[in-house]
Design a protein around this ligand. Structure first.
Ligand code: GLU
Length: 425
């Protein structure tokens, strides 16, 4: 099983800050665009939030009650869309913030969706295959009224994968009494999944790295790359950078980090990695995640969890470009410090939008019942990511704002306009 994103845990205070920072940047972006305050009032929280209790019979015969959430941020543009994470650190606030980021991502890559997000408080690392199946099906039954191919379309996220999507699709199809592949994306190919979905987030990040490197005059060939997190995004990305001739000098998982100034043997590490992206436990001479982030390199890619680059370590980052493959790895204070230091920061809502872009392709293919080749998917993703990167880069230059604010400005615009045309504000 391959999990969609990175690992580790975040605490309540950190997630509250994550939501607050998102709201702060949305407010700034709307102000810059000249929208009145009520637009902010509409967009600062999800339109809908559902919390459910899911009773599951465990393998030992006991019953355990799990808590799940689903947030639907804004559906003015179209149905909401976004992943489901299985993680012990999931909170209502985190799911809310993540749904807002999904809206921004969809706005940035110009998809006909708003943002949604789901999460179940659980630790899949301690659960059996069958327990996970029962939990996945139970969650779909609990939220079935508010989701659907034209309402809200889930996908993988932290610690969920194509097998979990398959169970969820099957459960929804039974409830709907129709085969409904368009209910969820990130499915296995044989159930209507799309070519290129598994590696889509990393492909999008790779395109952003290439475009950012051009702006900074850095050659990818021989560039030193550090990747924090070896989940879906981090592992594929390390492979793509390695294959493009870059030197991946550092990688990490939830338990530690590996460093080799001559470049790590990425193929070996991929081979030894477990389904949750863990690999460093096999080595003795590891370094800490903190040391990893402060390594001298050309490109640093935080691909794990929130709040990794903060005001405490932003001054010690020695990369020329930081590309956020994870959701929310850099705080607002740190964004300012990095930007002031001349480091080009490519924000999460742009860099990680490749995943939802190919999810959209998957949904389109499901709706039309006609499937595309891998080349077609790649070509379409490439076009969208290059265009989105450049429109945000240009906005940052012309409006003299950092890349994060520029991305939010591009991301909220369509949502705000659609809400206005619908007569909501
Ligand atoms: N979970 C991914 C994200 O955060 C993908 C969402 C999707 O494909 O709908 O962007």
């Amino acid at each position: 099983m391959v999990a969609e994103n990175g690992t580790e845990k975040t605490n309540q205070e950190e997630t509250n800050n994550v939501l607050k920072s998102t709201q702060t940047v949305i407010h700034k972006a709307l102000e810059k665009l000249g929208y009145p305050e009520e637009v902010y009032e509409l967009l600062k929280e999800p339109l809908r939030m559902m919390t459910v209790k899911i009773p599951i019979r465990m393998d030992d015969g006991s019953i355990k009650i799990f808590t799940g959430h689903r947030a639907q941020h804004n559906d003015a543009v179209g149905p909401t869309k976004g992943g489901i994470r299985f993680h012990p650190g999931v909170t209502e606030t985190e799911v809310k913030a993540l749904s807002i980021w999904m809206s921004l991502k969809c706005g940035i890559v110009d998809l006909p969706y708003g943002g949604g997000k789901g999460g179940i408080v659980c630790d899949p690392r301690d659960m059996s295959f069958r327990e996970l199946e029962r939990l996945s099906r139970g969650y779909v039954r609990a939220i079935s009224q508010i989701v659907g191919p034209t309402k809200d379309i889930p996908a993988p996220d932290v610690f969920t994968n194509s097998q979990i999507m398959a169970w969820m699709m099957d459960e929804y199809s039974r409830i709907d009494e129709f085969n409904s592949p368009g209910f969820i994306t990130g499915k296995p190919l044989v159930l209507g999944g799309s070519h290129g979905r598994d590696s889509a987030t990393a492909k999008g990040v790779t395109i952003c790295i290439r475009e950012a490197a051009k702006k900074k005059g850095i050659q990818i060939e021989g560039a030193r790359v550090v990747v924090q997190g070896f989940g879906n995004a981090g592992s594929y990305l390390s492979k793509f950078m390695h294959d493009a001739g870059a030197k991946v000098v550092g990688i990490s998982d939830a338990y530690g980090a590996l460093y080799d100034p001559n470049g790590l043997d990425i193929d070996y590490l991929l081979d030894r990695r477990d389904s949750f992206g863990t690999v460093t436990k096999l080595f003795n001479n590891t370094i800490s995640n903190k040391e990893l982030l402060e390594l001298e390199c050309d490109i640093l890619v935080p691909a794990a969890i929130e709040n990794q680059i903060t005001k405490d370590n932003a001054h010690d980052i020695r990369a020329k470009i930081v590309v956020e493959a994870a959701n929310g790895p850099t705080t607002l204070e740190a964004t300012e410090i990095l930007t002031d230091r001349g480091i080009l920061l490519v924000p999460d809502v742009l860099a990680s939008a490749g995943g939802v872009t190919v999810s959209y392709f998957e949904w389109v293919q499901n709706n039309q019942g006609y499937y595309w080749s891998e080349e077609e998917v790649e070509e379409k993703l490439e076009k969208i990511m290059v265009k989105s990167f450049n429109s945000i880069y240009d906005t940052a230059q012309t409006r003299r704002v950092d890349m994060r604010l520029a991305a939010y400005m591009v991301g909220v615009r369509k949502m705000a306009e659609a809400s206005r045309f619908r007569g909501w504000i």
